[in-house]
Write a protein that binds this ligand. Sequence first.
Ligand code: NAP
Length: 341
Amino acid sequence: MRIILIGYGVVGQSLTDIFLQRKIENLRNYGFNPKVVAITDRGGAAINIKGLDLKRIQSIKKREGTVAADSVFGHRQMSGQDIIQSIEAEIMIEATSTNITTGEPGISNIKTAFNTGKHVVTTNKGPLALSFPTLIELAEHNKVLLRFSGTVGGGTPILEFAKKCLEGDRIKEIHGILNGTTNYILTEMAEKKVTFEKALESAQKLGYAETNPAMDIDGLDSAAKVVIIGNWIMNKKFTLKDVDIIGIRDITLNALEIASKKGKRIKLIGSIDGKPTVAPKEIERNDPLCVNGVLNAVTFVSEYAGRETIIGRGAGGIETASAVLRDLLDIKHHLANKILS
Ligand SMILES: NC(=O)c1ccc[n+]([C@@H]2O[C@H](COP(=O)([O-])OP(=O)(O)OC[C@H]3O[C@@H](n4cnc5c(N)ncnc54)[C@H](OP(=O)(O)O)[C@@H]3O)[C@@H](O)[C@H]2O)c1
């Protein structure tokens, strides 16, 4: 299976770690033999149609800051778009930074991959948050597959649980803690009685929050995941602009204290129960959804199976890369069985 990897940051490099570590097992257990023919970052690309030496590329990236510095296989002038258009491969993996305003360069990369007959695995949720219904339609039109397990829950198989384990049932409502950074901040505030600003500072020190944490604390990251879950699991057709969003900036220690006296916790909850929403809500402390720290949790309320909650770490490079591997194996399975949906 020939792969183009667009974006070689934390997730991309973790994926090549997994390919190197699991090479023999993947081949023996799944007949899966990934051949990475091109990798790009902001500095350009490295290309070898016979398959790149991933150890060599990893050390060049660490040493030089760009894969394009490879003296034999590097191309400083080539962008992701050039690569997707000109290099033959079965799969394009999109792992560039999320842009929640334009979706770029992710949207263009995904569309070009579809138009050139490539299946797509993305960990970048920007394109899905802004254009999910269009991208699914375009994939179907071009008879290719789009997979995105790593966009919700990192390595925790939230989407697969609902799609595969609850198949045949009807999911009526979904409620989830979908962002580890905000959950960490709210947990710190509730347990250590520190202000929002102090808890945010601690999240930034530990690397849970970005220098510009707006996407997390203003609820946009959770809302992007609500869009993905709603479209993929509940067959709804909506995008980010249809989600009512309230973040956690205005949560006070006093509000948390009042909730605590009632045996409750305030959590940032993404819900699809009628209109899609993201907002801080009080939930019972003994509700399975009420997880702490950086954990994510999602409760599915379905017609026959009732309430089920899946809990796990919501991010992390290696965790998210493991979700990409699952997606690649899923695509391989679909292709072997000639199922294109
Ligand atoms: N890390 C996680 O735990 C996690 C979990 C779930 C989903 N995700 C998503 O997965 C994606 C990748 O995450 P990450 O943590 O690997 O991010 P990252 O470390 O910032 O890496 C992003 C990569 O994309 C490249 N890139 C960024 N903008 C680009 C542009 N305009 N054109 C070409 N290349 C560009 C960067 O190039 P340079 O290397 O040259 O800077 C870098 O290689 C993001 O969308 C993120 O939201 C991440």
